[in-house]
Unconditional design. Structure first.
Length: 68
């Protein structure tokens, strides 16, 4: 379970960073999940930051799971 949460955290972190890099530079057009979802048009920055925050929360959950 711990490895699954870590893997999901890495995926979310990478997707969030790709979304921010694409939004601010336009270099990675079409690489990220956020850019492919039409429902998020205009909210790419918020969605990318939310993915990064969720990744940090998953990493914190994994870390606290081991100390309990």
């Amino acid at each position: 379970m711990k490895q699954l949460l870590e893997f999901l955290g890495v995926i979310l972190l990478v997707q969030g960073v790709i979304g921010l890099v694409d939004r601010f530079s336009g270099e990675l057009r079409g690489w990220g999940l956020v850019q492919r979802l039409d429902v998020l048009d205009g909210y790419e920055i918020y969605a990318s930051v939310a993915l990064i925050v969720l990744a940090c929360a998953l990493f914190a959950a994994v870390r606290s799971e081991g100390t309990g």
